[in-house]
Write a protein that binds this ligand. Structure first.
Ligand code: ZN
Length: 169
């Protein structure tokens, strides 16, 4: 299990991640550890529904997202390497988010309601998919981690002040 980096000013969390070039056993091992860490984050009483490699100190473009998260019977954990956004809807949705790297902090974030994306799987093959609702939101949240962005960057300054005062930031 890996330690999750926390803090809004953590250097690795704020650094854009580099592309994955080698689709090898090391990558598979990293992904496996990321999934374990997401499902059972050390010292936190929550289960993550997504995780990005920088959150465990690895500055590479690797994310894990749980699709179909509202259908408890059939959630699907998907690994995405070097993900890219092909299209994002101008229609936004506004919903509350949290982050394993900012324990206790929650806030409403406006994001595109639908996206078309592509990514490489563990074999290095490109895949493409359209996502909406929570699937799109979870993807966009994790994608942001790869460019050094956190969900609180979308919040108003008074929201940040409130979370800071409450000791969550
Ligand atoms: Zn996060």
């Amino acid at each position: 299990m890996l330690t999750i980096l926390t803090g809004k000013d953590n250097k690795i969390l704020r650094t854009p991640a580099s592309k994955v070039l080698h689709f090898d056993q090391t990558l598979e091992d990293t992904v496996e550890m990321m999934i374990d860490t997401m499902l059972n984050p050390e010292g936190q009483d929550v289960t993550g529904i997504g995780i990005a490699a920088p959150q465990v100190g690895i500055s590479k473009q690797i994310i894990v997202v749980t699709l179909n998260v509202n259908h408890k019977k059939d959630p699907k954990v998907l690994v995405m390497i070097n993900p890219e956004i092909i299209e994002a809807s101008s229609t936004l949705s506004n919903y509350e988010e949290g982050c394993l790297s900012l324990p206790g902090a929650y806030g409403r974030v406006k994001r595109p309601a639908k996206v078309k994306i592509k990514w490489q799987n563990l074999d290095g093959n490109w895949c493409e998919k359209k996502l909406d609702k929570w699937d799109a939101r979870i993807f966009l949240h994790e994608y942001d981690h790869l460019v050094g962005k956190l969900f609180i960057d979308y919040l108003e300054s008074q929201e940040i002040a409130r979370l800071t005062k409450q000791g969550h930031l």
